[in-house]
Design a protein. Sequence first.
Lengths: 247, 261
Amino acid sequence: MDRARTAKQDRELETGSTRASFVLPAYLRVAWEVYRKDVRTELRTKEIFSAMSIFSLLVVMVFVFALPGKLKEAGDVAPGLLWIAFTFAGVLGLNRSFINEKDRGSLEGLLLVPTDRSAIFYGKALGNFTFIIIVELLLAPIFSLLFNFSVLRLELLPVLLLGTIGFAEIGTLFAAMAVNTRAREVLLPVLFFPIMLPVIIAASQSTAAILANRPFEEINSALGLMIFFDLIFLVVPALLFELVLEE
Amino acid sequence: MSKTEQFNNSPVSEAALPQAENKPVMLRAQGITKSFGHFTVLKGVNLSLTLGERVILLGPNGAGKSTLMRILAMLARPSAGTLEIAGIPLSEARASIRSLIGIISHLTYLYEDLTARENLHFYGKLYGLSGELLDQRVAEMLVKVGLERRADQRVRYYSRGMQQRLSLARAILHQPPVLLLDEPDTGLDRHAAEMLAQIITEPDSQGQPRTVLMTTHNLERGLALSNRVVVLSSGRIVRETAANNLAADDVQSWYYDAIRR
């Protein structure tokens, strides 16, 4: 038995994975490597990004045809429509982030990682955040042209960031929950939207207030709500993710 | 009395097992039970492997071999039972003891849009390797599995056998003392199967013999590589014996007799 323990200690020295000195860097390294791998794979395949961009443009086209000749006057509803487009497109990306791993058989490879598996969550969530924010930054100017409002406003940045962080965190957690179920592509929106709704409402209201040039203080409570959700879903996966992915 | 008959009278022939010689136990599963709803796949499986032991796990389809392998690899949680790797109980260090295991399964765990080298670098980094050590280890592994010339080609363009060889390199990249191989010879040609046999039987970089648990449907190859044979049937270990007690020609009847009981 002693020899066996020594073998493990030898390995720890070699890999630098002793509990006292290496847990945090190892954890962050795993999250970072998962993120880098997702970005690298996406840069090669463009699978998630192209699906999200095309779908979001189609959603915009639906709005254009649904509101013929009234786009310029639809300023009041534009922020809501903008976040609906972000949300629908984002769900597509969230779904693919774990389904791709599962279908190609690499998800179990990730689960073998010798650190807490929640590191996988943070890497995946950061990847989803990156993909979604890029699509948002492309889509916002198109909305801006169609609905006659300017998105080049610094005040919109915290709303966009807080809303998207919450979206990526909550969505990544529920995508991981759904991936082992039979009706996973249907289940994700069903689980995700009710939890995400307060963030979407807060983001839409904040965007509307900023576009209407109302004072920034008016959106303090909405921003607070988004920060609350972002923090909750930053912590919850660290406690739950191991159980979420294990059979 | 034939060798087959020797084992027909006792469900688990402890007397015929190789002597442990006070070697450390590298893998100990006790009372492993796994249920999916009302269906129990594994029913109190006890299995121990000492340092350097190579055990072949046989059983018909649905016997629970893959489920047992997934539990031992910590990819699934048992409904009941305890597991120790290298003397460390799972309950004490669930995450860190995963580094003591290398696994090959039906799935290759590879990313088809990354190259072979990128795949190995990715997994190496997850296991805490970095810098020159990682580069050196990756280069070594690629040579070992004969993929060095196609190391920078995306895995998408690899044949099934090449993917399986790369999967073998992935499994031993971090030099785990325990290898769990679930039908590792799937898709391998004769040359690659010899490569696999060499990797299984050679000592690791620290000169320690590898401890291996392997499932296979190729009885002849499995017997040649192992020093103990365990038969799992209907979620229970129904028989085990030293591999050298079984000649290739009577293992078939021994096996079928075991699973019929």
